[in-house]
Design a binder for this molecule. Structure first.
Ligand SMILES: [Zn+2]
Length: 328
C-alpha cells in the first residue's frame, strides 16, 4: 500500500496496483519475485504530489472473467493444480503457491480497470505481476499464467465492439502468448522487438512470423542482435511503428512494458539504457496522441533488476503524467 496520498483526478494519468500481486512467491530464489513490485511501489512514494498522477487499487477479477481469453479447461486445471498444493503448473518456470490465484486475479483486475479507463478516454499504467505475455489460450509458461494485455484488449472490446487495437511489446523476450492469441486477427496488430530467437527464450518471433489467414500482415516481429545498443533498439521501434501506423488505424494502444532489455538486467541480453526507455515511452505516448486520442495503457511484463525497475518505472510514470497534463 502506498502511504503517500495522491489525490484522484479524472484527467490524471491513472496507475493501478494491488497488494495481492505481492503474494505470489516461490520457495526458492526466483527472478520473478515479489520485490520487483514492492521496490517499484516504494520508489513511487518519492513521486511529487503535485504530479498529475493518481494511484488506485481496483478490485480483483473473478477466475471466470479470465475466460475472455483463456479456455475453461485451462482455468479449471490451473485452479485444481493450485488447490492440490503442487509447486509448479505446466512449466518448470511457473512456480505456484497458495496465493498465486489471488495474485493473478488482482493483476487481471488492474488490467481490466486500466482497460475501462482507456475506454473513458484516459491513459495509465498497470503495475502488476506475475507478467502475462507468454501465456496462451491454454498455456502457462515463462512465469506467465494469464495474459494481462490480451485480457485488457478483450475487456475493451466488451465495451467497444470491433475496437482496433495496436499492441507494442518492448520486453526483451518475444510475447509468444500474445502473438499466438492474435495472429489470425486483423483487428489486433501485434508488434514486438526482442532478442534473437536463436539464442533466447521463447525461441520464437522470427521476422517471417507475420500472422496467418485473415491476420496475415498484422503481426510484426523484429529480432535484434545480442548486445544491441539502446540507439539501435529505439531506432527499430520508431522505424517500424511509423510504418505500422501508416497501414493500421487503431483505437487503442496497449504496451507490454518489459524492462529486461536494460543493460543492467540480470538476463543481460541487450544494452538499452534508462534514456532509451524514456525516449520510447514518450514516443509511444505521442503516437497514441496522434493516432488514438491518447488512449494508451502500459502493462508491466518482465524486468528483473530491482534497481532498474525502481528507477525507471517511477521515472516513466512521472514522464507520462507530465505529458498527460500538457495534453489536458
Ligand atoms: Zn522478458
Amino acid at each position: 500500500m502506498l502511504t503517500k496520498k495522491f489525490p484522484y483526478k479524472e484527467d490524471y494519468f491513472q496507475v493501478f496496483y494491488h497488494m495481492d500481486c505481492l503474494e505470489h512467491q516461490a520457495f526458492v530464489d526466483h527472478p520473478e519475485r515479489p520485490q520487483r513490485l514492492a521496490y517499484v511501489l516504494k520508489a513511487c512514494e518519492e513521486i511529487n504530489q503535485s504530479c498529475s498522477v493518481s494511484f488506485q487499487q481496483a478490485p480483483a477479477a473473478k477466475l471466470r472473467d479470465l475466460s475472455l481469453v483463456h479456455s475453461k479447461d485451462y482455468l479449471r486445471s490451473f485452479e485444481s493444480c493450485v488447490l492440490s498444493g503442487k509447486s509448479q503448473f505446466m512449466s518448470v518456470d511457473n512456480y505456484i503457491c497458495d496465493a498465486t490465484i489471488e495474485a493473478i486475479l488482482a493483476a487481471v483486475g488492474q488490467s481490466f480497470a486500466l482497460a475501462e479507463s482507456l475506454c473513458a478516454g484516459r491513459s495509465g499504467f498497470a503495475l502488476i505481476r506475475p507478467p502475462g505475455h507468454h501465456a496462451g489460450k491454454a498455456k502457462a509458461e515463462g512465469f506467465c499464467f494469464a495474459n494481462n494485455v490480451a485480457l485488457a484488449a478483450e475487456k475493451i472490446r466488451e465495451e467497444v465492439s470491433g475496437a482496433k487495437i495496436l499492441i507494442v511489446d518492448f520486453d526483451v523476450h518475444h510475447g509468444n502468448g500474445t502473438d499466438a492469441l492474435y495472429h489470425e486477427d486483423p483487428n489486433t496488430f501485434y508488434f514486438s522487438l526482442h532478442g534473437n530467437p536463436e539464442h533466447i527464450y521463447p525461441h520464437s518471433g522470427y521476422e517471417d512470423e507475420r500472422g496467418q489467414g485473415e491476420g496475415l500482415g498484422s503481426v510484426s516481429n523484429k529480432p535484434l542482435p545480442n548486445g544491441c545498443s539502446g540507439t539501435e533498439w529505439f531506432a527499430c521501434l520508431q522505424r517500424n511503428l511509423s510504418e505500422i501506423c501508416e497501414n493500421f488505424a487503431f483505437d487503442y494502444l496497449l504496451v507490454s512494458a518489459g524492462y529486461d532489455a536494460h543493460k543492467d538486467d540480470p538476463f543481460s541480453i541487450m544494452k538499452v539504457e534508462d534514456a532509451d526507455y524514456l525516449r520510447a515511452t514518450e514516443y509511444l505516448y505521442k503516437l497514441a496522441e496522434q493516432h488514438c486520442d491518447g488512449k494508451i495503457g502500459f502493462f508491466l511484463e518482465g524486468g528483473y533488476s530491482l534497481e532498474v525497475l525502481s528507477r525507471l518505472i517511477p521515472g516513466s510514470i512521472e514522464l507520462l503524467a507530465d505529458l498527460t497534463s500538457q495534453q489536458a
